[in-house]
Design a binder for this molecule. Structure first.
Ligand code: GLY
Length: 255
């Protein structure tokens, strides 16, 4: 169960966030409204939400998930692989220090890079996407930290997608939303697969929070498949974040 969530308001510069999508620029006012709706949905899941103020210096800084990995035993401050995002961690460190003692905070050191969007937690085991943002050195540093605390991790090479959780979401009870390049990957064969329908790939990025699942608006087959398993679904529109390659998971740190 999660008790806390950290989010950061989008800044006006978000319209210049890194993107591979061809969906136009985000509408900032709509993004702010969607962010408020996202916070409300999280609050419905019984967590205390810490809302950080926007940081105009970093267009992608609302995607706080990439700056840290918060486990039940320690926190990891990352070293984002995107050069324009590296500076985001400076303001995150004092926030994480509010929740974890200094001796339980680990750091990814260059040349290691790692972004939280590449980390999928399944109990005390962590899958680590090796992507354009997270390299093997960063993954090895994280695995060493996990082992120090009695946990484990393994690497999953990515081929086309941005982050591991762009195409996979673990929604507990052995249920895994899975799409695209992961469908035939034996690494995930032990899970019950909810295959994301063609055309709904963006819907693979959902988040489980205390028994409920937040699902992006506009992916009805994915929503139905999750509901059919008995989960209560909260639908949140993230259309403006999709325009800059962001989704439900990157918008928060849950712990
Ligand atoms: N625009 C989100 C990211 O590239 O990390």
């Amino acid at each position: 169960m999660f008790t806390h969530v950290i989010v950061k308001k989008p800044c006006r510069a978000m319209i210049d966030g890194i993107t591979t999508a061809d969906l136009g620029k985000p509408d900032y006012q709509l993004a702010m409204k969607q962010h408020g709706d996202y916070i409300q949905a999280l609050e419905q899941c019984g967590v205390q939400v810490t809302v950080l103020e926007a940081d105009e210096a970093y267009p992608d800084s609302c995607f706080v998930e990439d700056t840290a990995v918060l486990t039940r035993k320690f926190a990891l401050i990352t070293n984002p692989g995107a050069p324009s995002r590296k500076g985001e961690i400076a303001s995150m460190i004092p926030v994480i220090e509010r929740f974890y003692p200094k001796e339980a905070i680990e750091y990814i050191q260059a040349p290691g890079t790692l972004e939280g969007g590449d980390i999928m937690m399944v109990g005390d085991h962590f899958y680590i996407g090796i992507s354009a943002r997270t390299n093997r050195e960063g993954a090895q540093q994280f695995i060493r930290a996990l082992e120090k605390y009695g946990m484990s991790g393994e690497m999953v090479p990515l081929h086309t997608i941005l982050h591991l959780k762009t195409g996979l979401s673990y929604i507990e009870n052995n249920n895994l939303l899975i799409s695209g390049e992961f469908l035939d990957n034996p690494t995930f064969s032990q899970f019950h697969h909810l295959k994301v329908a063609a055309g709904e790939e963006y819907g693979a990025n959902c988040i489980w929070v205390n028994g409920k699942v937040l699902v992006p608006a506009g992916y009805p087959q994915t929503q139905k498949a999750i509901e059919a398993l008995g989960y209560e679904v909260l639908v949140v529109d993230t259309s403006e974040y999709r325009k800059i390659d962001g989704g439900l998971s990157c918008l928060s740190l849950r712990f």
